[in-house]
Write a protein that binds this ligand. Structure first.
Ligand code: ADP
Length: 206
């Protein structure tokens, strides 16, 4: 392990709620390797695949996921920002993929925060409906969709804290961040939110 890697892993953290539910902020890592019950895809409204994490999930998961997405798109047309749908995980280790559409950032006054929060609430609700215990999120909207990282981190983690509190089956949520700078910003936001709600313990994990 290089010194740089060790430093990064040292900053990977876990928030633990009073009733034992956990939120991990983990990275730098590739979400397609996650072994949670579901991984969340930052899809686009067409559901027909794209670049970034969406491309990586379809490449690794294989054509079954796209075939299911096409079927869903055939029924509902396009998927609005803030909504989520579920498919199987194809060749992925995760059994399911939850596809949600993040908002495109247009300066912050176009209900972006509400839509990004909804992505997290809806994904956790859908996982819970399917009686899943664990799911992993990427940093939705922070790539091609341009959402400023610190703001996105804060919205994503606080919506997750709220949704996890009312989930019956989901007990474990992971944020799997692809690069070091994103990881650091999500770790900072998680620590700040954990200390402001007081109902979470923070553990450094490896
Ligand atoms: P959006 O269109 O919602 O902005 P992107 O896929 O462009 O989605 O980017 C969202 C985040 O996903 C970015 O932080 C990007 O670095 C990250 N990302 C890209 N590939 C992966 C991957 N394989 N695993 C986890 N995160 C990834």
């Amino acid at each position: 392990m290089t010194a740089q890697n060790k430093g990064v892993q040292d900053s990977t953290i876990r928030l633990i709620s009073e009733n034992g539910k956990t939120i991990d902020v983990f990275g730098p890592a590739d979400i397609t390797r996650e072994t949670t019950d579901a991984i969340v895809n930052a899809a686009n409204s067409s559901l027909l695949g794209g670049g970034g994490v969406d491309g990586a999930i379809h490449r690794t998961g294989g054509p079954a996921i796209l075939a299911e997405c096409r079927q869903i798109a055939g029924k509902i047309g396009s998927l609005a920002a803030g909504k989520a749908v579920i498919t199987t995980g194809g060749n992925l280790a995760a059994k399911y993929v939850i596809h949600t559409v993040g908002p495109i950032y247009r300066g912050g006054a176009s209900r972006e925060a509400e839509k990004l929060a909804s992505c997290h609430r809806e994904s956790i609700r859908l996982a819970d409906e399917h009686r899943l215990n664990s799911l992993s999120f990427p940093a939705i909207s922070t790539g091609a969709y341009g959402y400023p990282l610190a703001e996105a981190a804060s919205v994503a983690i606080s919506a997750t804290i709220d949704a996890l509190a009312i989930a019956a089956h989901v007990t474990k949520v992971r944020f799997v961040l692809f690069d070091v700078s994103t990881l650091k910003i999500y770790v900072r936001a998680a620590k700040r939110l954990a200390s402001s709600t007081a109902s979470f313990q923070v553990e450094e994990v490896f």
